[in-house]
Design a protein around this ligand. Structure first.
Ligand code: HAM
Length: 417
């Protein structure tokens, strides 16, 4: 009896073939754009202390309440597969004393994240994000630069027609006062609200803006808006972010109902959506998180950033798989006793910088030639002891040469192309 086949878990997938190639192209775009703007690569561990996300992302969020993959280590510590990257980057900023560097410190990542969500097209349990975080400055130009970089990335990967929605959540105090106002509005209309929203009036009233429930939506249309309650500093900050986006020709819509699913935001928030994605329309989003570093035990440090879903960018964009660089030399051999010599030529060819492969599948000499052709090899060396037949599959022609001159002959042939 054969062993049962195993499949990748629900909501996960294998990356291979063209998909892998498109991802490489996407990564190259992200690197060029972000490193060109002074962002430095960072990678944090795939799992962290659960407390980091409980404190950072917020106990009342869906992510922390029901979407984390959490486990206990041998010492009884609770660990969690990272559901997002901002809290880990802030943890790393504090841990490595990055506040002592020149500010702002700009960091980018391309990593996988884990959320226990209901899997569907564009929504997975393990997914990848490109993210950019800039810490140590509250200059509105940093917000505008960050947003413009996200827009540039989406354009570079061919996401067209994405909508940029923008808002400001103000400071923690403004939000505190506003929450009370909103709670009274929700309580006054409790009968029309969805069960879920009603149960979270105290915990997270702002999420009511996200609801698809008909009655809730009507109540929210008449709800007071945070944007109208900003204090002077925050209103001025927001107006400068907008002005700078205009200078950079970045089109946006102010959307006072925009709330994000993470608690750390203050002031600027934004989201990019694409209609071509269907229900899971968010391609990328982010905002300012001025209190987060302090909340994680660091010095008061402002920050702003975003993350964009790799799979969603691939779905909404039009990046093509890159062409595979052709094989320059394929080393074949007549008799099994020449295998050792062929292997030596392969090593020599690679040290000389050639893209080389050799027969590794036990094919007959004829089969080896067919395989070299299928690989699109430029030269094939058919080794037979001390002598080798070197064939130019591209230009035609063949010559019998001493085996120890093969690499030299190929290099010369390629140079004189
Ligand atoms: P987020 O909005 O939760 O923000 O996620 C950012 C992006 O990740 C989404 O727009 C979406 O493209 C992708 N994404 C999220 N969940 C899934 C999923 N289950 N499957 C596929 N793609 C998904 C954050 O994560 C914040 N850390 C962004 C940020 C950075 N804010 C400030 N700095």
């Amino acid at each position: 009896m054969s062993a049962p086949k195993l499949k990748a878990p629900r909501g996960t997938f294998d990356v291979l073939g063209e998909q892998a190639s498109v991802r490489s192209a996407l990564e190259a775009s992200a690197r060029a754009i972000l490193e060109g703007a002074g962002y430095e690569r960072i990678e944090t561990p795939a799992f962290e202390a659960t407390e980091l996300f409980a404190r950072g992302v917020g106990e009342s969020t869906d992510i922390v309440r029901k979407e984390m993959f959490t486990f206990t280590d041998e010492a009884g510590r609770s660990l969690t597969l990272r559901p997002e990257g901002t809290a880990p980057v802030c943890r790393a900023y504090v841990e490595h004393g990055m506040h002592k560097r020149r500010q702002p410190v700009k960091l980018w990542y391309l990593s996988s994240f884990f959320r226990h969500e209901r899997a569907q097209a564009g929504r997975y349990r393990q997914f990848w994000q490109v993210g950019a975080e800039a810490l140590g400055s509250d200059d509105p130009a940093l917000d505008a630069e960050s947003i413009a970089l996200l827009v540039e990335l989406l354009q570079a990967v061919g996401v067209t027609g994405a909508r940029l929605r923008l808002s400001s959540l103000g400071s923690a105090e403004t939000r505190g006062e506003y929450r009370e106002l909103l709670k009274s509005h929700l309580r006054a209309n409790e009968g029309s609200l969805s069960e879920d929203v009603r149960s979270r009036i105290e915990l997270n009233p702002l999420r009511a803006f996200d609801s698809d429930h008909e009655g809730t939506r009507r109540v929210m249309e008449a709800a007071p808006r945070l944007l109208e309650h900003l204090n002077d500093d925050d209103a001025e900050h927001f107006s400068q972010v907008r002005e700078l986006l205009e200078v950079a020709n970045v089109a946006y819509e102010v959307d006072s109902t925009l709330v994000r699913g993470l608690d750390y935001y203050a002031r600027t928030v934004f989201e990019l959506t694409s209609d071509s994605l269907g229900a899971q329309s968010g391609v990328g989003g982010g905002g300012r998180y001025d209190g987060l570093v302090e909340q994680l035990g660091g010095p008061p440090t402002p920050g702003v950033g975003w993350a964009a879903g790799v799979e969603r960018m691939m779905l909404a964009g039009d990046l093509q798989p890159g062409a595979v660089a052709p094989v320059e030399l394929f080393v074949a051999f007549e008799q099994p006793r020449s295998r050792r010599i062929a292997f030596g030529i392969l090593a020599e060819a690679r040290s000389a910088g050639l893209r080389a492969q050799m027969e590794l599948g036990g094919r007959s000499p004829k089969g080896q030639l067919g395989y070299a052709n299928a690989l699109g090899a430029h030269y094939v060396a058919i080794v037979d002891g001390e002598a080798t037949m070197l064939r130019d599959l591209e230009g035609g022609g063949r010559e019998r040469i001493a085996t120890d001159t093969v690499v030299h002959a190929v290099l010369r042939g390629l140079r004189t192309l």
